[in-house]
Each structure stands twice: as C-alpha cells, then as structure tokens.
Design a protein around this ligand. Structure first.
Ligand SMILES: *Cc1c(COP(=O)(O)O)cnc(C)c1O
Length: 358
C-alpha cells in the first residue's frame, strides 16, 4: 500500500517543464532553483530529474552541500550568498558560486585566505530594495570586488524583481532599465529573471534565467495557471478517506463546532491536516478532489484530519484516494481559496508527508 498522505512527484513533468522553459527562453541557460527542498518536491530527486539544467540555485549553503554529497556535480549558486567567514572555505572546496549583496560579505572575502578565488555574482538593487548594491554604491563596490584577489574574474551580475508577477506593472521594465544602465559595458554573465519574468518579460531573460516555481508546473501569477504556459504540475498531494459518516441537518463538525450542515448529508474524514502542512486556515468551501469530482472542506482543519461534505448521495468509501492538489485540482486554485500563494503550499509540507518520485 502506498503511504499517505504523500506528495507524488512526476519526474516526467519536471523534465517537460525544463524543456518548455528552454523553448520560452531559447537564448538563455537555465539555473533551476531548487531551494527549500526543491520547493517541497525533494531536493536531490528534483536535481537528479533536472540533471540537464545548466546549474542549480539555492538559498543556503547546507542545501548546496546536500547536493554535492548526493553526487551532483553541476554548477551551484547561493542566491543569498554566504553568511559566515567559515563558509568561504566550503565554497572553494565544493566549487560553489555565491551572490555578494552586502559589504559584510566583501569584508569576509577580503580577509579570507583561500586555495583559489570564489566565483561571485554581484547583486544589484535595481528597485526591490531587499538585497544588493544600489546606484550610489555600485561603482565603488564593483571596483572593490575587482581588486579582491579572493574574487574570480570576471564578476557576474544579477538582480531580482519585486513585481514581475504583475504583467501590467511597469516596475519590471524600470528595474530592467536600471540594471542594464548600471552594468553597461561590464564583462561577466547576467541574470535577472525568476519564473514570472522569464514567462512574461522576455527582455529580462539575459544569459541565465532562474526559474523556480515554473519548473514545478505552477504559475507565479495570480489568476493564471502553469498549464496556460504548457507547464505540467509536478506534485500531487494525496491522502485517503479514513471515515464516511452520515450527518444530520443542523449538526456541527469538528473543533469549535462552527460549521453546521444545512441538510442531511455524508461527511468524509480525510487523513491530512496542519500537522502535514495543509493550512489550518483553509476556509469552508476549499475544494478537494475525490472520485472524479470536487467536494468542499467543511469545519475546521485539524492537525491530522480534515472533513469534507460528500453529499447525501455519495458512494465514496473508506480507503478511497483524495487529492488535495494536483493535475485535476491546480494548487494555484487551492492557494486562492486559502488566501495564500502556491509557493507557500508546496514548500510548507512537513516531513510527515512522504515524498514519492514516480
Ligand atoms: C527563489 C528565487 C528565484 C526563483 O523564483 P520563482 O519565482 O520561484 O521562479 C529566483 N531568483 C532568486 C534570487 C530567488 O531567491
């Protein structure tokens, strides 16, 4: 018997999505972003499925070391850079590239003694104002990195967008313009585009695109779906019915007893809850997929279970499969009901959910 709840990961979908992104950005290399356990899809499995990617983007050194320990020899880039002086020796030892976004990182590089220089991507703050060097800091900082023997030359250049998921927001074009002006004439490779920019702002694709969510078959844009771009959802979150109960009109269900049935019905109890990462704040009406139809969550999501209204005529039985999101119930839809984004749903699954690669 398959474990449940489980996240079924389609290697075919992951590979197909990478191929599709290559079609959409034919002049760019692809840095597949696999941070946060491959967006909840399993870091090493995803990296192995996407072994034809040109490199992998990660948020933490520990994630990069896990890939190296798993035998991944591809280019690896720390998107937030390193945090400690002692990280630098590991970057050199394991051939890991780093973003530099802050003066403190330059100080660490300047005072380090390394077996060889580190490959650096200088992060430009073109308008997001979270990380990076702005227009006033750019030239001095660039020169300082140029003079640092621990920094490999040429220095590569990157920036990140604040509003690329809003296809009508002019901020992305403005950020692109600012980045291009600041970096004009400099050697080194350039990367600007996350998934949203790669899909919606072709002029941002540059030498490397850095897609995360799109590789998993999900659209970063509200009201949009991965399938609109030829992408295939890579995760199906599955569980099972562990009870089917007759339920009388007027009776409540679950903690707080805040939902009451309007008429006689049958309730299904599904073995998944916030202890698995399914959000407790999923409201009444959030859909789940059972036996070829959508049914609504009713009552409060608890730690290990949630309840759904199967309807009076239901013939579902204990043991039937339940899909919380997947091909026939896009995670984008579920996120919309819950008032969050698909990124949060897929990355928030807890270790109790078995991640199964097909
Ligand atoms: C996470 C991340 C990405 C990928 O973003 P998506 O929206 O998932 O495509 C790209 N670049 C940086 C710097 C990131 O932190």
């Amino acid at each position: 018997m398959k474990p449940f709840p489980r996240a079924e990961i389609s290697g075919v979908a992951l590979k197909s999505n990478l191929q599709r992104l290559r079609e959409l950005a034919p002049n760019s290399r692809v840095m597949a972003v696999v941070k946060a356990n491959g967006y909840g899809h399993g870091l090493l499995n995803v990296a192995n499925c996407l072994s034809s990617a040109d490199g992998f983007g990660l948020a933490r050194l520990e994630e990069a070391l896990e890939l190296r320990a798993g035998g991944v020899s591809a280019k690896l880039l720390l998107l937030e850079g390193f945090f400690r002086q002692s990280d630098l020796a590991l970057l050199v030892q394991h051939d890991i590239e780093t973003v530099v976004h802050h003066e403190s990182q330059i100080e660490m590089l300047e005072s380090a003694q390394l077996a060889k220089p580190v490959t650096v991507w200088m992060k430009v703050d073109s308008g997001m104002h979270r990380l990076g060097f702005n227009l006033e800091q750019f030239n001095d900082t660039y020169q300082r990195l140029m003079q640092c023997p621990q920094v490999a030359k040429p220095i590569h250049l990157m920036t990140h967008f604040a509003c690329a998921d809003e296809p009508n927001n002019p901020a992305t074009a403005e950020q692109t313009q600012r980045f291009n002006t600041m970096t004009q004439g400099l050697p080194g490779e350039r990367t600007l585009a996350n998934s949203a920019a790669a899909l919606y702002w072709q002029e941002t694709q540059a030498d490397w695109i850095r897609p995360g969510i799109a590789l998993y078959g999900v659209s970063p844009v509200a009201g949009d779906f991965g399938s609109n771009h030829g992408l295939i959802p890579a995760m199906e979150l599955m569980s099972r019915l562990i009870a089917v109960r007759d339920h009388k009109a007027g009776d409540p269900v679950g903690y707080g007893s805040y939902w009451h049935a309007k008429k006689d019905t049958k309730l299904g109890v599904v073995a998944i809850g916030y202890g698995d990462g399914y959000p407790r704040n999923a409201p009444e009406g959030t859909p789940v997929w059972i036996n070829g139809r959508l049914v609504p969550i009713v009552g409060r999501v608890s730690m290990d279970m949630l309840t759904v209204d199967l309807g009076i005529d239901a013939i579902d039985v204990v043991g039937d499969d339940v899909m919380l999101w997947g091909k026939t119930l896009p995670v984008e839809d579920v996120a919309e009901h819950i008032g969050t984004i698909a990124y949060e749903l897929v990355t928030k699954l807890t270790p109790r959910v078995a991640v199964c690669l097909d």
